[in-house]
Design a protein around this ligand. Structure first.
Ligand code: TYD
Ligand code: MG
Length: 455
């Protein structure tokens, strides 16, 4: 074979260069270049290629655009995140930290999809380990095949023999193709094997689900290059100390890209959580200070979530500020607004904030509940427990209108709340007659304390 050709890749963005560079001209990161052997033999092709399949131009008005048929994954939450189910011929990437439950999720899906022939390719675990997991899940599918293989040429050979309806790859980082000499898991291998699988999915119309590991800093390993090869990227996340797992769409060519599915990891597998509010509101018998409920929207679903604050006098010089599940800078901003606009002194206090269930929240509508929890804790007065909050707080202390207020109100009502505090700018467009919950509208943060009715 001719001498191996080497190329340098940026580990961060996949930029390719013929020589080593200290700083990536594409993403600007330092020290990210790694050398990889790239030698593409032209004589043998054991990877998947088009073969006889020839493409030809088609007139756009002649292309039939019937509604995409969807393959039901038998999981309501997974279907929701996918925008209604799997699209034939699509390639999907599911990312997540090690141990979060990616293999469990897809094995459970494979076992539940009775009537489909499924090939689950694992380069990570042995057949026995997978069998043990399947026993633990307690579901059986007579047409679920497990293949322990990492070489794509072999995988495609088995696929041709087995003719499955769906292929799962656990994980893309373990695959290699003999087109390249670099080792499995390297950027060039990830890119090439994913591209082979993508060609396979497109030509055969068989959907492929890839599992991808996430690096420490939260990006998919071999990140950007995979994101544009695949049709859909979903992320499986959650705090390992809690049972809740969130499935989030990051990109979806066939559906909304802001969907959310919620699961709970249990000893016998993942349970679907169809009413998230119930688990996100912790069971409280007594009223305690520093707790306020927010009516937030994640993806397209309204849910109620508990925010908890602890305000205490700082023991040492600089007060501590810390927050879990909520942006710390935003919390500092809210503290500054609160101090300036409602006269509560917080500059010498430690403030800790926590969002229940280990969930990270981006929805700005949670601001009002955060502020309410802080006011409640600093005065040591519990918020009445049948009240919830939905509003964004602006820099001048104004309570700003938020999106989709009606669905938040309905969710609060459904869960038995009696009052909801919202922005007065949201009042327009609410049909008060239709709701059985008392709506309290306020315009600025200074009015919040008295309306919260603390006991
Ligand atoms: P796993 O699917 O192996 O994670 P990943 O593929 O993302 O690395 O999940 C492993 C974790 O899930 C492990 O800590 C055990 C736990 N688990 C349960 O709690 N219940 C179960 O039924 C199963 C199969 C796993
Ligand atoms: Mg795994």
């Amino acid at each position: 074979m001719a001498k191996a050709k080497t190329t340098f890749f940026c580990r961060n963005c996949g930029y390719q260069s013929s020589k080593w560079l200290g700083r990536c001209p594409s993403c600007g990161e330092w020290n990210t270049f790694v050398e990889e052997i790239v030698s593409k033999p032209t004589d043998k092709h054991s990877g998947f290629n088009r073969g006889e399949h020839k493409s030809k131009p088609a007139l756009i008005h002649e292309i039939s655009a019937e509604k995409e048929e969807r393959i039901n994954t038998k999981s309501v939450e997974l279907n929701r995140v996918l925008g209604g189910g799997l699209v034939p011929g699509s390639i999907l990437l599911i990312g997540g930290e090690p141990g979060i439950g990616k293999s469990t999720l897809l094995l459970q899906m494979a076992l539940s999809m009775k009537g489909y022939r499924i090939l689950y390719v694992s380069g990570e675990e042995s057949n026995r380990q997978i069998k043990m997991r399947a026993d633990r899940l307690g579901i059986e599918n007579p047409e679920c095949y497990i293949l322990n293989e990492t070489f794509t040429g072999e995988i495609f050979r088995h696929i041709a023999e087995l003719n499955p309806d769906l292929v799962v790859i656990d994980s893309i980082q373990t695959l290699y193709t003999d087109m390249l000499e670099s080792s499995a898991g390297s950027i060039s291998q990830i890119r090439e094997t994913a591209a082979e699988l993508q060609r396979f999915a497109k030509t055969t119309n068989i959907p492929v689900l890839l599992i991808g590991h996430i690096t420490k800093d939260g990006g998919l390993a071999g990140p950007k290059l995979l994101e544009h090869v695949v049709d859909t990227v979903i992320q499986f996340e959650g705090d390992r100390h809690y049972g809740f797992r969130i499935l989030r769409t990051i990109k979806n060519r066939f559906g909304p890209s802001s969907e959310l599915g919620i699961f709970e990891m249990q000893p016998g597998g993942l349970r679907e959580v169809s009413n998230p509010s119930e688990i996100l509101l912790s069971q409280r018998d007594e009223m305690v200070s520093g707790v306020a409920i927010a009516a937030m929207i994640e993806g397209r679903r309204p849910m109620l979530i508990e925010t908890q604050a602890l305000v205490s006098t700082a023991a040492f010089g600089t007060p501590q500020r810390s927050s879990t599940g909520f942006d710390l800078r935003r919390m500092n901003m809210l503290l500054a607004v609160l101090e300036k606009r409602s006269g509560i002194r917080l500059s010498n206090k430690d403030v800790f904030l926590n969002i229940a269930g280990g969930i990270k929240v981006d929805d700005p509508a949670i601001d009002l509940a955060v502020v309410a929890a802080i006011i409640s804790s600093s005065g040591d007065l519990p918020v009445e427990n049948n009240i919830c909050f939905a509003g964004e707080v602006g820099l001048s202390g104004e309570i700003r209108a938020i999106s989709r207020i009606e669905s938040r109100i309905l969710e609060a009502e459904k869960l038995g709340f009696k009052k909801i505090i919202i922005s007065k700018y949201n009042l327009k467009g609410i049909n008060k007659k239709q709701v059985n919950i008392e709506i309290i509208a306020i315009g600025k943060i200074g009015d919040l304390a008295e309306k919260m009715v603390m006991k």
